[in-house]
Ligand binder design. Structure first.
Ligand code: AMP
Length: 608
């Protein structure tokens, strides 16, 4: 193992490295730095984020550029604003003793004039996102015609995000004889094509295997019914009281909903996705970095720039569409020498995807069981006990001790401990004591998504699906309809589920025992002057045909709606009202302590 001195870095950089507390080079640094220092060469480096790759290209670039010149000599392209800012920040830290160094970040969502002014002051190194860079070039606000070193960081991500044309355009403004250093976590065909197109005989280094996930991360999957996804997420969080996690969802909408639901259920969570303003995203990231947010729910695109070293868990709430994306997700944990766990919540229809991911990351997943309520209660209780044990005494309490002692004069130690713990524990216990087993066996014949197995575990169908002759045209979306039904029937949030609205009619479920009440209530029932008819639907799972003897207000065009609904439902569990299921699963959940992780998770009071 070499040292930073062995790699041949100059004293200014070595001093900065000492200040940063880096004791030895990481693998990618050990491999890349000597090559880049010793030769004028192109380089393809396959390395995950978190392996120290910024320094692997950063140190050589800082060593090689002429700081006395104000000409832009180094250009680093990165996929996101967050990453762009992180790289800029790292480069500034690495080069803090390089007098006269000016590293400028160029990215969208911030004043282009300010950035142009910064560049004009003489930026030897520009770190940029492709979109803004292209914009600045076309407005002649930057001159990259004398670039000697260009870096394509997270090249696979940039291509995933559709920056291929922008990159091509940007590089066409740089000199032919520059060196290009391409860093990528994975090596899909597109990256290989780019390497071929823009690079001359690049040297290649690989940290770990191509596309392989880091050794620091273990991979687990949990098989549940699709409609239990949200509950599974909560249990995984509750079973790990000190979790500091990123939860990945597939869409912006799901990301927002899961985050909102977690917040509503008392967790310290935040959403990060492209529909948020830059300011909102900055605030969320700041809170996450400061650990005010324990769970960050994010889309793949928004999470690209996340560079937080202490993430303990990555939770794949839904699997990504592209198996390669999993490598990026799991790479958010196990950074900077730490270990991490990447968890996947899968339904039966998705479980085969685990195999293709295993092939890509060249690692085996461990199939694990979602912990049951008793396990979680125990974990939480012991976590609280440990926290209390390790708590430093606040002697401000001393002056109140006499009164407290008086109050507890007749209470022995065991009783006192039990009472003390019960303050937090009972609410949690109440929530989990009747919790069901969420695990699904891979060989079980239950249909995925809980459609066949109904609400309860045990494979029995205990829920009834209803048709109701109101829908979107009547001003109902699933949330409004659910609220309407709950109000009419005087039911709790968990009692009406799988609500699915079509244009002119809708479906919903309740447990079987509520069937009589539901049908009785909607017999000869009028709402806003029209008859609202509820009947039992034939299709128990979701959408589809119903056992209808007429009576709906509208007909004609509705038939198409019904067919459309059925097709959608049959196609993919959770596609229509995934969020609905999540909501319906989430009533009366354990609520996190407001005390910033100082105690046990707090169960929310049950309405049932
Ligand atoms: P990166 O892969 O460049 O995003 O780096 C991940 C993290 O590791 C950053 O916080 C770096 O500051 C840190 N880091 C980089 N090189 C080293 C090193 N040799 N020793 C310890 N930490 C490092």
């Amino acid at each position: 193992m070499s040292t930073f001195q062995d790699l041949g870095l100059n004293d200014d950089l070595l001093q900065a490295i000492t200040d940063l507390g880096f004791t030895k080079p990481s693998e990618v640094q050990e491999k890349a730095i000597p090559i880049l220092l010793e030769s004028e060469t192109d380089l393809v480096a396959l390395a995950q984020t978190g392996t120290g790759k910024t320094a692997a290209f950063g140190f050589p670039m800082l060593e090689k550029i002429d700081i006395n010149s104000r000409t832009t000599q180094g250009l680093i392209l990165s996929p996101t604003r967050e990453l762009c800012l992180q790289i800029t920040n790292e480069m500034k830290q690495y080069g803090k003793y390089c007098k006269g160094l000016n590293v400028v970040a160029i990215y969208g969502g911030s004043s282009i004039t300010d950035q142009a002014r910064e560049v004009k002051r003489g930026a030897q190194i520009i770190v940029a996102t492709p979109g803004r860079m292209k914009d600045m070039i076309s407005r002649r606000l930057v001159d990259i015609s004398k670039i000697q070193y260009s870096v394509l960081d997270e090249a696979d991500e940039m291509l995933n995000m559709g920056f291929k044309e922008d990159i091509t355009d940007i590089l066409s403004h740089t000199p032919e004889d520059k060196n290009t250093w391409l860093f990528s976590a994975t090596m899909p065909r597109e990256v290989a094509t780019i390497a071929k197109k823009f690079m001359k005989d690049p040297q290649e280094i690989t940290v770990g295997n191509k596309n392989e996930s880091t050794n620091q991360v273990s991979h687990e999957y949990y098989l549940v019914n699709a409609r239990d996804r949200y509950q599974a997420l909560k249990r995984l969080s509750d079973a790990n009281p000190d979790i500091f996690s990123v939860v990945f969802c597939r869409t912006k909408r799901d990301t927002q909903k899961v985050a909102e639901q977690l917040i509503e259920d008392g967790y310290s969570a935040g959403a990060l996705h492209g529909d948020l303003s830059q300011n909102q995203r900055d605030l969320v990231m700041k809170s996450f970095r400061n650990k005010q947010i324990q769970t960050l729910v994010a889309t793949d695109v928004a999470a690209r720039g996340i560079d937080v070293d202490d993430i303990t868990h990555v939770i794949n709430y839904q699997l990504p569409d592209e198996p390669e994306t999993y490598t990026h997700r799991s790479g958010r944990t196990g950074r900077a020498g730490k270990t991490g766990i990447s968890m996947v919540i899968v339904s039966k229809s998705e479980v085969r995807k685990i195999k293709s991911i295993e092939r890509i990351i060249k690692k085996q997943f461990e199939k694990k069981e979602i912990p049951d309520g008793a396990d979680i209660c125990e974990v939480q209780l012991m976590s609280l006990a440990n926290k209390i044990h390790n708590t430093e005494i606040n002697h401000e309490i001393d002056k109140h001790l006499t009164s407290i002692n008086e109050l507890f004069a007749d209470t022995d130690k065991d009783e006192l401990i039990k009472k003390f713990f019960s303050v937090e524990f009972t609410r949690f216990y109440n929530y989990y004591q009747k919790s069901k087993n969420l695990n699904v066996s891979e060989s079980s014949r239950d249909r995925e998504g809980g459609r066949e197995s109904g609400r309860n575990f045990g494979g029995k169908n205990d829920s009834t699906r209803y048709f109701i002759n109101v829908g979107g045209k009547d001003g109902f979306d699933w949330m409004k309809l659910k609220d309407f039904l709950k109000e009419q029937l005087n039911l709790g949030r968990d009692d009406v589920f799988k609500v699915e609205t079509k244009d002119s009619f809708s479906f919903f479920n309740t447990e079987n025992e509520l069937k009589e009440k539901v049908l009785a209530h909607f017999t000869d029932f009028k709402h806003e002057g029209r008859f609202v008819n509820v009947e039992v639907s034939e299709n128990r799972g979701g959408g589809g045909r119903r056992d209808r003897k007429g009576g709906g207000r509208r007909d004609g065009g509705r038939r198409d709606d019904r067919r459309g609904g059925r097709r959608r439902d049959d196609r993919k569990e959770g596609s229509g009202n995934r969020s609905e299921r999540r909501r319906s699963d989430s009533a009366s959940k354990p609520r996190r302590s407001d005390s910033g992780g100082s105690g046990i998770s707090r169960p929310r009071r049950s309405r049932r």
